[in-house]
Design a protein around this ligand. Sequence first.
Ligand SMILES: Cc1cc2nc3c(=O)[nH]c(=O)nc-3n(C[C@H](O)[C@H](O)[C@H](O)COP(=O)(O)O)c2cc1C
Length: 214
Amino acid sequence: MNRNNKKETEERRIIKELSEDDVLSNPFEQFNVWFDEANQTEIVEPTAAILSTVGENNHPSARTILLKEVNEKGFVFYTNYESKKAKDIASNPNISLLFLWKEQQRQVRIVGQSEKISREESEKYFRTRPRESQIGAWASHQSSVIPDRKSLDNKFEEYRKKFGDKEIPLPDFWGGYVIIPNYFEFWQGRPGRLHDRICYKFEDQEWRIFRLAP
Ligand SMILES: Cc1cc2nc3c(=O)[nH]c(=O)nc-3n(C[C@H](O)[C@H](O)[C@H](O)COP(=O)(O)O)c2cc1C
């Protein structure tokens, strides 16, 4: 069997469908259904998503982040508040977040606005991080130019000694963002390239559901 035939056979075997009649009326709930299914499938990192921002010069910029929480407000991730992405968000809060769950032939596109979460919430999460990651947050001024690897290792060592056995505080320059969505697109791969694309747009205080051509 050549590669293309094998792929078509695999696609037919999956045959999942997504219909505007069956999706949940709240996109957060629909996301949670798919997210749970992704977590139950052998996907390497189902929480990984591509976060795209727009910089001051209007240039787009994309990178992977890990989703840490979905709550009634939005999608939470953690990062350095002085990083490139944080500077982009400060000048333009519009972002997009993209999940690819290839093994299920699924993709979720989210568009929304990003804002910082409270320091208390960030502290709560920071305390759950492994000690090495906490020290790493102090040692790395994310997205700034550094002379070499050694300087990073030295900084890590410096902070490791400084904190000793003490509790490591949350740096001022580190914390979470919540992405508040105004648009979702759920993409389900289907045979013959006739994929399902069901979208939700927040308009007049409610989620309007519609379908796009694949
Ligand atoms: C699988 C994976 C997960 C990542 N998760 C995060 C994350 O949750 N937060 C974060 O700040 N960077 C994370 N990174 C690193 C970012 O992709 C990026 O390199 C970093 O945040 C600097 O981005 P920036 O310079 O655009 O701000 C992750 C990278 C990978 C490959």
